[in-house]
Design a protein around this ligand. Structure first.
Ligand code: F0G
Length: 459
C-alpha cells in the first residue's frame, strides 16, 4: 500500500487555545466595531488572519537565537544573514529592516518621486500604500485569468505582458524607476508567477532600461509551485529554482515574517552597489545602522536559519499540502474558492458565496464576521475595504474580486483545525440566504483604512 502523506516535523511545545460561546462572540465583534483586527487574540479560537509573523520557529531557530550577536555594528548575526542571502538569492548587497513594509519605505525613498509609475502583477496593500503616499502611481498588470476564480490557470500571478508593454511604451522611461513582481502574488490568492513570465518581464524591462524587483515575501512557495507545475522544472531543487527566479531581478524586498518563518524581520537585497549606498542613507534614518536595520542580532540569526528551512522541499510540501487540504474540504462542501489553491491561504469567493449582497455593503467583510460568529475563526477581508479609496477622486474602489482569506500560519495548526474551519464555513454556507444585511463604515483612516476601520450593521 502506498504510504500516506505526513508532516515533516513533530511538536515540542504547545500553546492552549480556547473556544467561546456564540453569545460572547456577538458581544466581542460588536465591541470590535465589526473589524476583526480589533479582536483580542483570546477571543479567537483559530486565527487565520494572516500567515505573517505567526509561524512556529524550529528548534534550530530557537537555538540560533541564543547565539545572537548584539553588537551595534558588524555583528556576526549580520554576516550570517548576508551569507544566507548571497547563498539563496545571489545578491551581494543587503540591508536589514524590521519588516517588509520598512524595506519598501527605505527602497522607495531612494527610488521613487512624485508622478512616477510602478507597474506590477498586483501590488500588496502596503506596497501600494508606500507608492501612493509618495504621490506615485501603482499600476496592476494582472492577467484576466486571475479574476475568474473558476479558471484553474496554473500561474495566475503572472504579469500581463501586453499591459506592461503598453505602460512602458506610453510613458517616459525616467517616470518608471522599477517594476515589481510579487511572488507569490497575494492579492489574487497567493498565486504563483512562472519562471517563464519572470524571464519575459525581465527581458522587456531591460529593453527599456528599467529595474525589476521581486516582492519576495512568499518566494519559496512560488518556487514550490514552479517545481510542481512548470514544464521542465520538476527535477530542479527548490534552491535551484529560487536562484533562477532571482536572476531575473535587480533586487528584492522581503517580509521575512512569511517564508523565512520568523516573527519579525525583513530586508532589501540588491545587486547594484550605488543603489545600495543610496538606500543605506534611508535605512540609517528610518531603521537603524546598516548592519542591524531594526533587528536584534538574535532575530537576524533566526532569520538566516529560517531562510534555509523555508527553502527545503519537505517543509514546503507539508505547508502547501495543508493549505490544499483545507481547500479540498471546502470543495467537498461546494464552497466557491479561488482555483487553483494558493500557497499561503484559501481565498473564498465572497461574491459567489453571497451573490445577492450589494458591493457597497462589504460582502467579504460581512462573511468574515459571520464566520467569526459561527465558530470563533478569524479570517481577513481582501476586498473593497482593503482596496480603499482612489487617492485622487476619494471614491471607494470596488475590486473585481471580493475575497475572504483563510490564511494558514506555518507549522502551527493541525489538519483537524483545518477541518473545523471547513465545517464552520459549511454551516455559514447553509444559512447564506439568511445573511441579507451587510456592513457600513462609520469611521476610517485616510490610507490603509482596513486595519482600523469601524463598521456597523446595515439596518
Ligand atoms: N508584500 C507582501 C506580498 C505581503 O503579503 C506583505 C504583508 C508585505 C509585502 C508587507 O510585509 O507585513 O512584513 O510589513 N502581508 C501580510 C499579510 C501583512 O497578511 O498578507 P510586512
Amino acid at each position: 500500500m502506498k504510504l500516506p502523506f505526513a508532516e515533516s516535523y513533530k511538536m515540542k511545545m504547545v500553546e492552549s487555545i480556547r473556544k467561546s460561546s456564540w453569545e460572547e462572540r456577538v458581544e466581542w465583534i460588536k465591541a470590535a466595531k465589526y473589524n476583526l483586527f480589533n479582536l483580542r487574540s483570546d477571543q479567537v479560537f483559530i486565527d487565520l488572519l494572516t500567515d505573517s509573523g505567526t509561524g512556529a520557529m524550529s528548534d534550530k531557530q530557537w537555538s540560533a537565537l541564543m547565539l545572537g550577536d548584539e553588537s551595534y555594528a558588524g555583528a556576526s548575526s549580520y554576516f550570517k544573514m548576508k551569507t544566507a542571502i548571497k547563498d539563496i538569492f545571489g545578491f551581494d548587497y543587503f540591508l536589514p529592516t524590521h519588516q517588509g513594509r520598512a524595506a519598501e519605505n527605505v527602497l522607495f525613498s531612494a527610488m521613487l518621486k512624485e508622478g512616477d509609475i510602478v507597474p506590477g502583477n498586483a501590488h500588496f496593500d502596503t506596497t501600494k500604500g508606500h507608492i501612493e503616499f509618495r504621490k506615485a502611481h501603482a499600476m496592476d498588470c494582472t492577467i484576466a485569468e486571475a479574476y475568474d476564480t473558476t479558471n484553474s490557470f496554473p500561474f495566475k500571478g503572472n504579469i500581463d505582458l501586453n499591459k506592461l508593454e503598453y505602460i512602458l511604451e506610453n510613458n517616459p522611461r525616467e517616470k518608471i524607476p522599477l517594476i515589481i513582481i510579487t511572488a507569490t502574488c497575494n492579492t489574487p490568492g497567493g498565486q504563483p508567477v512562472s519562471l517563464q513570465n519572470m524571464k519575459e518581464v525581465y527581458t522587456m524591462a531591460k529593453k527599456f532600461g528599467i529595474r525589476v524587483f521581486i516582492d519576495s515575501a512568499r518566494f519559496a512557495e512560488n518556487a514550490y509551485f514552479i517545481k510542481m507545475r512548470e514544464p521542465g522544472c520538476q527535477d530542479k531543487t527548490i534552491r535551484e529554482i529560487v536562484r533562477e527566479m532571482f536572476q531575473y531581478a535587480d533586487g528584492m524586498t522581503m517580509s521575512s515574517k512569511k517564508d523565512a518563518i520568523v516573527n519579525m524581520g525583513g530586508f532589501i537585497g540588491l545587486s547594484d552597489k550605488e543603489l545600495f549606498q543610496q538606500a543605506s542613507i534611508y535605512n540609517i534614518m528610518y531603521e537603524g545602522y546598516i548592519t542591524y536595520g531594526g533587528m536584534s542580532g538574535r532575530d537576524m540569526n533566526a532569520l538566516a536559519q529560517g531562510l534555509y528551512e523555508g527553502t527545503e522541499f519537505d517543509f514546503l510540501e507539508t505547508r502547501i499540502k495543508q493549505v490544499a487540504y483545507l481547500g479540498e474540504k471546502l470543495d467537498e462542501f461546494d464552497i466557491p474558492t479561488q482555483n487553483p489553491f494558493g500557497g499561503h491561504a484559501i481565498f473564498v469567493d465572497a461574491k459567489r458565496f453571497l451573490p445577492n449582497m450589494p458591493k457597497e455593503q462589504f460582502v467579504a467583510q460581512t462573511l468574515a464576521v459571520e464566520l467569526y460568529l459561527e465558530a470563533g475563526v478569524r479570517s481577513v477581508e481582501i476586498g473593497a475595504l482593503l482596496a480603499d479609496r482612489d487617492p485622487v477622486t476619494r471614491e471607494n474602489r470596488y475590486p473585481k474580486l471580493e475575497m475572504l482569506r483563510l490564511t494558514i500560519p506555518r507549522r502551527v495548526y493541525t489538519n483537524n483545525h483545518m477541518y473545523y474551519v471547513a465545517v464552520a464555513m459549511k454551516n455559514v454556507y447553509d444559512r447564506r440566504f439568511d445573511i441579507t444585511k451587510g456592513l457600513k463604515i462609520v469611521n476610517e483612516a485616510p490610507i490603509m483604512r482596513h486595519f482600523t476601520v469601524e463598521l456597523e450593521r446595515v439596518q
